[in-house]
Design a protein around this ligand. Structure first.
Ligand SMILES: Cc1cc2nc3c(=O)[nH]c(=O)nc-3n(C[C@H](O)[C@H](O)[C@H](O)COP(=O)(O)OP(=O)(O)OC[C@H]3O[C@@H](n4cnc5c(N)ncnc54)[C@H](O)[C@@H]3O)c2cc1C
Length: 297
């Protein structure tokens, strides 16, 4: 594995960090090491890496706000998009957003330019690449609502547009091909008054502050809401609030959030999630589905 990473390094400008502790790049601040980790700042380098797709495993991350890397680590290269993928432009009535842009910065841009319906991004601590993949959303809005198309680099090295209706964007899921890298997302948009947008932004911010442990080491919702039910309510009614494994616990503020209280391992977090899942199945007969993406063997 390291040999291949060294081969790649010789062909690209950005630096591969070897045996990189993924706890540094995930919101959980826990987890194992990736064989390699790289922040990529140009498309050519990205294409070079993808050219090795048949020789190494790779995966792309945003800011790791929905990600847990197992303690045993990831036997491959984890790629993060750097600053050159952080541009936001308006062209021909399309809002074009680099996949590395933080959701929060897109909401700020939309506010500044009096663009409505991007307010929900205020409260999601990820990137646009992650938002499209997860079809992230909150308070009745989701990424797919205004998405027109995305530009991807697929595992064969092809760069192409894929339209929103081809992505099978459903509640917290999409059919984006494994190893495809989203480079940018184009959104349709409409204008509104800045005051209305600001009001909505502030409402979302204050609601989240009151209901979610946003300052903690967490990955947001651990499980998807089953159809017609709220995972948090099922978890609470199953008596899991405050449940612990090692230094991981179920949040007292929001039962669908797992928190690393400081020294939790990825295994503590995953074991706790599994314990909650089993308890909910026992009590309610409902099988919860992980929303958090888990990487590693
Ligand atoms: C405090 C907190 C609150 C949260 N609240 C919400 C919420 O209200 N609603 C909600 O939907 N989510 C929420 N989340 C979860 C998380 O923020 C979202 O899922 C977010 O979209 C993940 O973005 P990311 O860039 O961090 O992706 P990561 O967590 O890094 O990755 C998530 C997935 O996206 C893929 N991915 C990332 N970038 C790309 C790319 N460029 N190309 C292809 N694939 C890519 C990764 O491979 C992975 O499969 C919350 C998380 C936290 C910590």
């Amino acid at each position: 594995m390291n040999d291949i990473l060294y081969d790649i390094q010789l062909k690209i400008k950005d630096k591969i960090l070897f045996d990189y502790d993924m706890g540094n790049s995930t919101w959980f601040r826990a987890g194992g090491k990736a064989k390699g980790f790289i922040v990529i700042n140009n498309l050519e380098d990205l294409k070079t890496i993808v050219g090795f797709a048949d020789k190494i495993k790779y995966t792309i991350t945003g800011v790791g706000s929905n990600l847990l890397v197992r303690d045993s680590g990831y036997e491959g290269l984890i790629i993060k998009l750097g600053k050159s993928f952080n541009k936001i432009k308006i062209k021909n009535n399309i809002l074009s957003v680099g996949a590395g842009v933080l959701d929060f910065n897109l909401a700020k841009f939309a506010l500044k330019n009096s663009i409505k319906d991007f307010e929900f991004f205020t409260g999601i601590p990820g990137t646009i690449g992650g938002a499209v993949t997860m079809n992230a959303g909150c308070y009745g809005a989701q990424t797919s609502d205004n998405l027109n198309r995305i530009l991807i680099l697929n595992s064969k090295g092809l760069i192409k547009y894929v339209y929103s209706n081809e992505l099978n964007l459903k509640y917290r899921s999409s059919n984006i091909e494994k190893n495809s890298i989203i480079l940018k997302a184009d959104f349709n948009f409409e204008f509104s008054s800045q005051e209305k947008i600001l009001l909505k932004n502030n409402y979302i911010k204050s609601k989240r502050k009151k209901t979610q442990p946003i300052k903690e080491k967490t990955s947001g919702s651990t499980f998807k809401n089953p159809k017609g039910r709220f995972a948090a309510e099922l978890i609470e009614k199953a008596g899991c609030k405050g449940m612990k494994v090692g230094d991981a616990s179920v949040s007292h503020m929001h039962s669908n959030f797992i928190i690393n209280n400081g020294n939790a391992t990825a295994s503590d977090i995953e074991k706790l999630g599994t314990k909650v899942k089993n308890r909910v199945k026992e009590v309610h007969g409902i099988e919860l589905e992980w929303e958090i993406k888990i990487l590693g063997e």
